[in-house]
Design a protein around this ligand. Structure first.
Ligand code: AHR
Length: 331
């Protein structure tokens, strides 16, 4: 029986093919070994906070659509509002050797170790929506998101103007976002600083509703039971404000009249409540971060310099402005 030994030419072709495959598997050394295929597609690992609010849903849609539009391979993880899930997801992304990691940190503290692991693996990290309190700024490339202190301040300044003629105490209750999160910490701070301009304005109760409708309703029920005179509700997002509406109505009060309601976000349901006269004022927080994020992903992957902080452009809405803006509201 004759055996067919490969010719020298065939061996040379096979060796070249094996070498090429090996090089592709090693990937781009700048990113510590890349999950991108040999077609140059960038792989982005993104860890989302969860799906706690209308804002979050709009943010997730924006990120997924923008990734598709930009031709970026998105590995999406939903952390269900748990920091340990986000840390696990980031470690998985590192193991998979994605090109870039982005995430919206559920809370501000406790990220140094995992961020250091990403840095050691030479995978650039982008913070989006929320920031971290790490002293070492070299652990991430940039932070894209809102100025939450400003949002709280704008809410407070509007209230100061509305209540400038008040001669007695104005009792305010506050529904805080997720405990330890940047928007909860910062909105609380900005609002408190602004209302300090009028000593009549007093926060009589402040508790977390975890940025959810159910949380907002439940905590507002407690506030109403414990406090016979509530003049103002400041909710750190629309969803908690919407949940609180149910509690207020059930308590026989008229939202927007008996209790002035101020929220943050300006998602469609919140804007509808504002246009209907149930809310009184909203400080906008834009969730449409997807396109800017994908631009940044491409830049950091290419080793380009990016600004350390990119602030989202936002506005505020009164009831009249909400009526005008609603028909064109995208989220
Ligand atoms: O981090 C942004 C905040 O998170 C939004 O205001 C809130 O609705 C969301 O859950």
């Amino acid at each position: 029986m004759r055996t067919h030994l490969p010719s020298r030419k065939v061996i040379a072709v096979l060796t070249a093919a094996l070498l090429a495959t090996g090089m592709a598997a090693c990937g781009n050394s700048d990113t510590g070994g890349s999950a991108s295929g040999d077609d140059g597609t960038i792989t982005l690992g993104f860890s989302q906070v969860g799906a706690e609010s209308g804002w979050r849903t709009a943010n997730t849609t924006s990120i997924k659509e923008a990734a598709t539009g930009a031709g970026i391979d998105l590995k999406f993880d939903d952390a269900q509002q748990k920091q340990e899930n986000q840390i696990k997801a980031i470690r998985n992304f590192i193991q998979q050797k994605v090109d870039v990691i982005a995430f919206s940190p559920v809370v501000e503290s406790g990220w140094d170790t995992v961020l250091k692991e990403a840095k050691d693996a030479k995978i650039p990290v982008i913070l989006t929506d929320r920031s971290v309190d790490s002293a070492d700024k070299s652990l991430y490339k940039t932070f894209l998101g809102s100025d939450f202190v400003k949002e709280g301040r704008l809410a407070g300044e509007w209230l100061v103007e509305q209540k400038k003629a008040a001669s007695g105490p104005v009792n305010i209750v506050e529904l805080q976002g997720t405990t330890g999160s940047a928007p909860a910490n910062d909105r609380k701070k900005g609002f408190a600083e602004a209302i300090a301009a009028n000593p009549n304005l007093k926060i009589i109760a402040s508790q977390s509703g975890d940025f959810t409708r159910a949380g907002g309703k439940q905590v507002m029920e407690q506030f109403l039971k414990a406090n016979p005179k509530i003049d103002v509700l400041f909710a750190h997002n629309d969803d908690m404000g919407l949940g609180a509406l149910e509690a207020i109505t059930a308590a026989g009060k008229v939202p927007g009249k008996d209790i002035t309601i101020i929220t943050v976000d300006a998602v469609k349901d919140g804007m509808q409540a504002l246009a209907d006269g149930k809310f009184n004022f909203i400080a906008e927080c834009s969730p449409l971060l997807g396109p800017q994020l994908m631009d940044l992903v491409k830049k950091v992957h290419n080793g380009e310099e990016v600004p350390a902080r990119i602030e989202t452009q936002e506005t505020t809405f009164t009831q009249e402005q909400a009526k005008e803006a609603l028909p064109n509201r995208k989220y």
